[in-house]
Design a protein around this ligand. Sequence first.
Ligand SMILES: N=C(N)NCCCC[C@H](N)C(=O)O
Ligand SMILES: O=C(O)CCC(=O)C(=O)O
Ligand SMILES: [Fe+2]
Length: 329
Amino acid sequence: MATDFKFIPIIDIGPLLAKCGDPKMAEDPAVSEAVKQLDQACREAGFFYVKGHGIPDSLIKEVRNLTRKFFELPYEEKIKIKMTPATGYRGYQRIGENITKGIPDIHEAIDCYKEVKPGMYGALGKTMEGSNIWPLDPPKFKVLMEEYISLCTDLSRNIMRGIALALGGSPDEFEGERAGDAFWVMRIIGYPAISSANKPEMPKNDIGCGAHTDYGLLTLVNQDDDITALQVRNLSGEWISAPPIPGTFVCNIGDMLKIYSNGLYESTLHRVINKSARYRVSVAYFYETNFDTAVEPLEICKKRKGGAKKFERAVYGEHLVNKVLTNFG
Ligand SMILES: N=C(N)NCCCC[C@H](N)C(=O)O
Ligand SMILES: O=C(O)CCC(=O)C(=O)O
Ligand SMILES: [Fe+2]
């Protein structure tokens, strides 16, 4: 974030999606308007809402409904899909298991990642090798989530076409070697209500997820309709709320897009504090580069920042593995 934004803008990406397959999309006035808004939001806040995204509201709600049902199950049931190093860090983690900057987060989650087959990326991929583990209860959980992941992947790829134009590139900037075989992560998350977080036996901490940036290119957050808990930090250090807006996703930029854009866009710090008396669920989908891609500032973005590169190259897979290993100490 480069400014003292006070709110997060809403962008109608309908026109962008309608023309996404058209090689002349950049010349379309409605596409240009959406691209202009994406550019401004990415430069000023690193966060924006999207509407007109085409993913059915019924599916988005059902994803949250099944998420809530899963977290309502007894611990013995949830632990059947326990996340361990042996599962490639896929599966269920209890409240306090995920660490952010040394402090346990007050959330529970199921972590999912694109499949990594044994040997696929050599030593680089070893930590993440595995396939997702899904609960049998609620029934249809796996089918629904896999359908949702597939739609989020397509949507993210199309938003990235708009962001490529916003950076002054071609719509295909993030295809091929960069993100043509995009890795993805999904976190299915539950944040306890304030009353349970404040029980005397619980650690005195109400931070659902501590301040962090996301790791890849673009995040899509599907959050509970009626609880404001996600907060985004602006330039002065004020925390700006990202309240739920029905029918939208909250989108934000990750560390790899900060590097590609040479700092024109930043991966903005955000955190989650559930002060409500209700349990909050959210499902965060992370669209990343190819796992083994070495990311460095795009030429077009170096020019826009006076010719010099502001960031060194980073291999996405290394960044992810470092994060996962510190998250779960
Ligand atoms: N895959 C992503 N982006 N996950 C975001 C998790 C943020 C919390 C984590 N403990 C951290 O400190 O990063
Ligand atoms: O729950 C949310 O609203 C956001 C979660 C988040 O920032 C993350 O998992 O990276
Ligand atoms: Fe995040």
